[in-house]
Design a binder for this molecule. Structure first.
Ligand SMILES: Cc1cc2nc3c(=O)[nH]c(=O)nc-3n(C[C@H](O)[C@H](O)[C@H](O)COP(=O)(O)O)c2cc1C
Length: 147
C-alpha cells in the first residue's frame, strides 16, 4: 500500500496545525495510508513512499530533532533515493527551515522533492490550512497516479 509520512516538529503549535491539514489532504485520496507523527525511528523511513516534513524556523535554522534525524539517517546509510519529499512550516520573519530540509532531501538523499516549500507566517489561517491540504492531496495523487 502507498504510505505517506507527515513528520513534524512544533514548539507552539503552528506547524502542528499545518501538519494536521497536510495529513487530512493526503487522506482524501483513496488507497493511501497516511501516518502523522512527531517522531519515527530512522530505520523505518525506508517504509514510506513519501516523507513530508513540517518544521518551523528557529534561529534561522531547522529544529534540532529534524536535523538530528537527518544526521542519523545519513550515518546509518538509510536509503531514501527516489522517494517523494516535501516540506512546510510556520515562520516569523525569515523562514529558512523548510527550504533547508528540501535541500538535504534533494542533495544528500536524492529524493524527488516538491518545490517550493510551503510557509505560513505564525498561526496558519484558513487559506494557509487549505494550501496545506492541497499539498498533502497533491503528493498523494501523484503517488497514486504518476504521470
Ligand atoms: C526564540 C525564537 C527564535 C525564532 N527564530 C526565527 C527565525 O530565525 N526566523 C523566522 O522566520 N522565525 C523565527 N521565529 C518565529 C517562529 O518560527 C514562529 O513563532 C513559528 O510560528 C513557530 O512555529 P511552531 O508553533 O510550529 O513552533 C523564532 C521564534 C522564537 C521564539
Amino acid at each position: 500500500m502507498t504510505t505517506i509520512l507527515v513528520l513534524y516538529y512544533s514548539r507552539t503549535g503552528n506547524t502542528s496545525k499545518m501538519a494536521q491539514a497536510v495529513a487530512d489532504g493526503a487522506r482524501t485520496v483513496q488507497g493511501v495510508n497516511v501516518e502523522l507523527n512527531y517522531y519515527v525511528a530512522v530505520e523505518t523511513l525506508g517504509n514510506y513512499d513519501a516523507i513530508l516534513i513540517g518544521v518551523p524556523t528557529y534561529h534561522h535554522d531547522m529544529t534540532a530533532d529534524i536535523k538530528r534525524m537527518f544526521e542519523e539517517a545519513a550515518e546509518k546509510h538509510i536509503m531514501l533515493k527516489g522517494k517523494t519529499g516535501a516540506a512546510f512550516g510556520s515562520y516569523g520573519w525569515s523562514g529558512e527551515a523548510p527550504k533547508l530540509v528540501l535541500e538535504i532531501m534533494k542533495n544528500r538523499f536524492e529524493m524527488n522533492v516538491a518545490e517550493p516549500p510551503f510557509l505560513a507566517k505564525y498561526t496558519p489561517d484558513q487559506t494557509a490550512l487549505n494550501k496545506c491540504k492541497d499539498l498533502g492531496k497533491h503528493v498523494a495523487e501523484k503517488l497514486m497516479h504518476p504521470t
